[in-house]
Design a protein around this ligand. Structure first.
Ligand code: UTP
Length: 292
């Protein structure tokens, strides 16, 4: 199978768990320290060799398109002020040869529906696509989550999804896999279920927001009906895919934060501040000072 060259970033969700912040600002544009969530995801994709990023977006999210465009006016103002070093911050070199495409999802019918809209942009040269949910942020000291998936995709020639261990009481918020461990941190999927009742969950391994899926996923997306919450669920399409092809799960080693929730967003901000030597000591000192 050929290396993955396209990534789909669905960013059309309503972000209701983060209102009122998400009334006029897309959830994916919320910053963790100084970088919006969507940029962390785009960079993670580019770092595995992706050359086209396909955003599934909505009309109310123009700021995402603006964020990935060059801003000549701001660049020349920065140059005039001698702040050349800031130019790479607003348009990093790694974005230069990347194609950014935008597809509108006019009705929020679920993640499965959002991904299905990208089908026309996936062609004969693509064996598989990467999918990154920008509200899930991964912090690792070694390989990125998507890089781990990409290595496993090349090794197994199969679709690969990221999974992590989740506490029993939280399983009903995620897609949960039924799987057999085949080597350390690697699982072969027998099934998958969206938001199960914790008592009936097939395991404590939940899907997190990084996937590399073969093109067959688009056929599976066409086969599914509305599922949990009346939405078209990507999980249901993966379940369909498991009946046709091998699907592998990769247990993520680093830290994962659900930044679409308040708790996850605050934790990610603290973890990111502590992972940066420029801010670590100050933030640790501040945390110490406010502990009772
Ligand atoms: P979430 O499940 O977090 O939903 O979507 P949401 O609507 O964004 O947020 P809440 O639950 O209302 O707070 C996971 C990812 O799928 C995208 C979202 O933008 C997010 O990146 N998504 C979801 C779509 O693009 N379209 C949809 O119809 C639903």
């Amino acid at each position: 199978m050929r290396p993955v060259r396209k990534a789909i970033l669905p960013v059309a969700g309503l972000g209701t768990r983060f209102l009122p912040a998400t009334k006029a600002t897309p959830k994916e544009m919320l910053p963790i320290i100084d970088k919006p969530l969507v940029q962390y995801a785009a960079e993670e994709a580019i770092d595995i060799g992706v050359t086209e990023i396909i955003f599934i977006t909505s009309h109310s999210k123009r700021s995402i398109e603006d964020h990935f465009k060059k801003n000549e006016q701001l660049e020349s103002s920065l140059k005039e002020k001698g702040k050349d070093s800031s130019i790479d911050l607003i348009h990093p070199k790694k974005f230069e040869d990347i194609k950014f495409s935008y597809i509108n999802q006019s009705k929020q019918k679920g993640l499965g529906h959002a991904i299905s809209l990208a089908e026309d942009l996936i062609n004969e040269e693509d064996d598989a696509v990467a999918i990154l949910l920008p509200d899930d942020l991964f912090i690792s000291s070694s390989k990125s989550c998507l890089q781990t998936l990409s290595d496993l995709y090349e090794e197994t020639n199969s679709s690969v999804i990221a999974i992590n261990k989740v506490a029993k009481e939280e399983l009903s918020s995620y897609g949960v896999i039924d799987a057999r461990m085949i080597s350390e941190r690697v699982y072969e999927l027998n099934g998958i279920v969206e938001k199960p009742n914790p008592e009936e969950a097939p395991s404590d391994l939940a899907v997190c927001g990084r996937y590399i899926l073969t093109k067959s996923i688009f056929k599976s997306l066409n086969n599914i009906k509305r599922g949990v919450g009346g939405e078209y669920q990507l999980t249901d399409a993966i379940k369909d895919l498991i009946d046709i092809e091998k699907v592998t799960g990769s247990l993520y080693e680093g830290k994962k934060f659900d930044c679409g929730s308040k708790k996850g967003f605050v934790e990610a901000t603290i973890a990111m501040a502590l992972s940066n030597p420029d801010t670590k000591e100050d933030v640790l000192g501040f945390i110490d000072s406010i502990k009772n």
